[in-house]
Design a binder for this molecule. Structure first.
Ligand code: ADP
Ligand code: MG
Length: 686
């Protein structure tokens, strides 16, 4: 008997070289071996009789060898043929010819009188029905169950250094010897999916298609459940931490909303309500706010910060780039001036410069805006009540964690414009509550997106000039891969000179990551004020930049950007009342590139773009593998098994809601799930 957790090295029937090969796949224990799941199956259940005609589907047959023959052709080449006859012959029975070309070892293995089981596609060769190079096995004893044939046979993912046969044999043997009692079933009580040991047996060696489906259901559910237990545990751990209510009575907020030049959308009103409830609650808020580019997240963030300020706390707003921090700063100064809220800006480049009479020292500031510098610099927070993290996909998980492990725990609002498909929200951000702004301000002009190549450049240029003459502004974006490289900067400068000629007399400016911060700020300010008409830029303008009068974006080498990034970039236009145009220049017209760019032509809905992106690239890439922190799923598929994830999440949440620290006897068995998984990096905002 072997134990589920036993190291494979203790099993003397596994040859040492195989152990070494297994270790390469991180298979070191019985458990790992048995959770190395088949990637597909071959139906090798035995066919009821010998076939009479060709078949494109391989079939499994069993019979007796009545004749063998070695034939030569073309000088030294050899064909080995064995004639196989049905065991219970009848008047219509036809023998089948098995043929192998130049395989010496086969002829040594097969002899007249033997019983064979074979698997292959029957083909007509002349008038004879043949199986060429079938997989086969000699039956020694009919009682003996074959591991490899006469069943639905598992095929494993590439197992370098181990044949399919060898690998299958190991798993079969391990299942035979396994002490059933050592395999624990850890599922919620109300879930009736059988026991784990049976699921493991059936996923490797299914009795039928139905039992395979059942086994997979069990294992996918338990995989997702384990994941959701970790996430739920995090979530409840946060809620148990000491927090405070950070919510004023809303008079300040009312005043702010009255002064706005527009009405809030229903979605904004709803989200502000959700935030107000979180702020008023004693437990710390951990909330993710999703809203497509331009949906108006900033106003919502300001609303939340004002509620905290009114209650006597400081609020911090963190942006991923300096340009964005500066922009937030000037927007807040403008909007909050009538309210006499004290605001200070903290970035790497500008420690204490003042812009407005409202600027306050750090000690007395009520709202502090910053970039990452805010995390590392010695900013003293007096009573930090709320942290808003804008465009979170630009922040590493650890950075988030660093800011929010303070005591007492401030409320945390994470904002992202990268729409995340629902299943991913349940996982990557599963430990956060989620609010969604799913509505654009009604005053927005439409964005039209078109893919073009250089042959259309003349048309595009005259179109841009028309827009400029109508008083609009344009962005021209270059995909500089590494901004630190001198060469790229040089290329951008060269392109800039060319554009300046092309767009004369309109004023152009160049913006890239190597330009010092204060200068960058001046360039952005001039563009915002309409003093320059065209911004030739790298992707530094990607996030958050808000210039409603800009209506054209030309993206060069669009094929070099990812779908999500293109959508982000495109979000810089269509922010005012005018119709806007995004032109994707692209020379490389592979089908992959065209599929990607066509998505953008078809939709401007960020969720649709995200789903398409996910289809094309998979979840890891969608968020940047390093940041997603997703454990690799062995069996479950986040997309096709989304409904299972939802059930698993509900089950895990119910368990931890009733017993957040898993104290009850009943819940002891779930503890291992949480302890074991602790090393993994889920998103961690708690
Ligand atoms: P994002 O969600 O991409 O961060 P912003 O918060 O920058 O978007 O908002 C984009 C623009 O829309 C800003 O100029 C903002 O003032 C404006 N805006 C926000 N809410 C509304 C609204 N309800 N009606 C009209 N304009 C709005
Ligand atoms: Mg924004």
């Amino acid at each position: 008997m072997i134990q589920f957790s036993q190291p494979l090295s203790e099993l003397d029937w596994i040859p040492r070289p195989k152990l070494v090969a297994l270790r390469r796949f991180e298979i070191e224990r019985v458990e790992h071996l048995l959770t190395h799941f088949p990637s597909r199956y071959e139906d090798r259940t035995e066919f009821s009789g010998f076939p009479r005609e060709e078949s494109d589907v391989p079939i499994c047959l069993c019979g007796e060898v009545v004749k063998t023959q070695l034939r030569r052709f073309g000088g030294w080449k050899k064909i080995f043929e064995a004639t196989l006859q049905e065991t219970n012959t009848n008047a219509l029975s036809q023998p089948l010819v098995l043929r192998w070309f130049n395989l010496h070892y086969v002829q040594k293995m097969i002899a007249t009188g033997q019983r064979l089981v074979v698997f292959g596609k029957p083909r007509l060769r002349g008038r004879r029905l043949c199986l060429e190079h079938p997989e086969f096995e000699v039956i020694e004893n009919d009682e003996e169950i074959s591991v490899h044939f006469r069943r639905i046979t598992p095929i494993y993912p590439a197992t370098e250094g181990l044949s399919q046969r060898a690998f299958r044999g190991l798993i079969y043997q391990a299942l035979q010897d396994l002490d059933k009692a050592s395999v624990e079933t850890i599922l919620p009580n109300e879930v009736d999916l059988g026991v784990r040991i049976d699921a493991l047996k059936q996923i490797h060696f299914p009795d039928s298609q139905a039992s395979l489906v059942a086994a997979r259901n069990h294992l996918v559910f338990s995989e997702f459940f384990a994941m959701q237990m970790v996430i739920a545990a995090r979530r409840f751990a946060t809620s148990l931490r000491s927090g405070q209510a950070h919510c004023g009575d809303g008079a300040l907020l009312e005043k702010f909303l009255h002064g706005l030049p527009f009405d809030l959308t229903d979605a904004q009103i709803r989200v502000i309500d959700e935030l107000r409830r979180d702020l008023a609650a004693g437990r710390p808020m951990s909330r993710l706010l999703q809203g497509d580019v331009g949906s108006g997240k900033t106003v919502v963030a300001i609303a939340a910060m004002l509620l905290a300020v009114e209650a006597g706390f400081q609020a911090a707003l963190m942006a991923p780039t300096q340009i964005l921090a500066e922009q937030h700063y000037s927007v807040l100064c403008r909007w909050l001036e009538p309210l006499s809220v004290r605001i200070s800006l903290r970035t790497a480049d500008r420690q204490e410069e003042s812009f407005s009479p409202l600027v306050a020292g750090e000690e007395t500031a009520q709202i502090i805006i910053g970039t990452h510098a805010l995390l590392y610099g010695g900013v003293s927070f007096d009573h930090l009540g709320l942290v808003v993290i804008d465009e979170q996909h630009k922040f590493g998980v650890s950075q988030r964690a660093r800011l929010t492990t303070r005591e007492p725990t401030p409320d945390v609002l994470v904002m992202t414009a990268t729409p995340i498909p629902r299943t991913l929200t349940m996982t990557v951000y599963g430990d956060l509550d989620v609010s969604v702004i799913d509505e654009m301000p009604s005053s927005r002009g439409k964005i039209i997106t078109a893919v073009r190549d250089q042959s259309k450049f003349g048309d595009v240029l005259s179109f841009m000039r028309e827009q400029l003459e109508a008083g609009r502004q344009v962005y021209i974006v270059y995909p500089l891969i590494d901004e630190s490289e001198k060469l790229d900067v040089k290329a951008a400068v060269a392109e800039f000179e060319i554009w300046r000629e092309r767009l004369r007399p309109f004023r152009c400016e160049l913006l890239h990551g190597r330009i010092p911060g204060p200068e960058k700020q001046l360039i952005m300010d001039r563009f915002r004020r309409g003093e320059s008409s065209a911004l030739i830029s790298t992707t530094v303008i990607e996030v958050g930049v808000d210039v409603p009068n800009a209506t054209v974006m030309l993206i060069e080498n669009a094929e070099r950007f990812g779908l999500a990034q293109l959508h982000q970039l495109r979000g810089r236009i269509g922010r005012g009342e005018h119709k806007s145009y995004c032109i994707l220049f692209c020379e490389e017209k592979s089908s992959e590139t065209m599929a990607k760019l066509t998505v953008l032509e078809k939709t401007s809905d960020g969720f649709e773009v995200a789903e398409a992106d996910w289809d094309m690239r998979g979840p890891g890439d969608l968020l940047g593998t390093s940041q997603s922190g997703l454990p690799a799923l062995k069996l479950g598929n986040l997309k096709t098994d989304a409904h299972v994830m939802r059930q698993a999440r509900e089950a895990a949440t119910a368990i931890l809601r009733a017993d957040p620290t898993l104290q009850s006897r009943e819940n002891q068995r779930f503890r291992s799930l949480i302890v074991e998984e602790r090393g993994r990096t889920f998103s961690n905002v708690s």
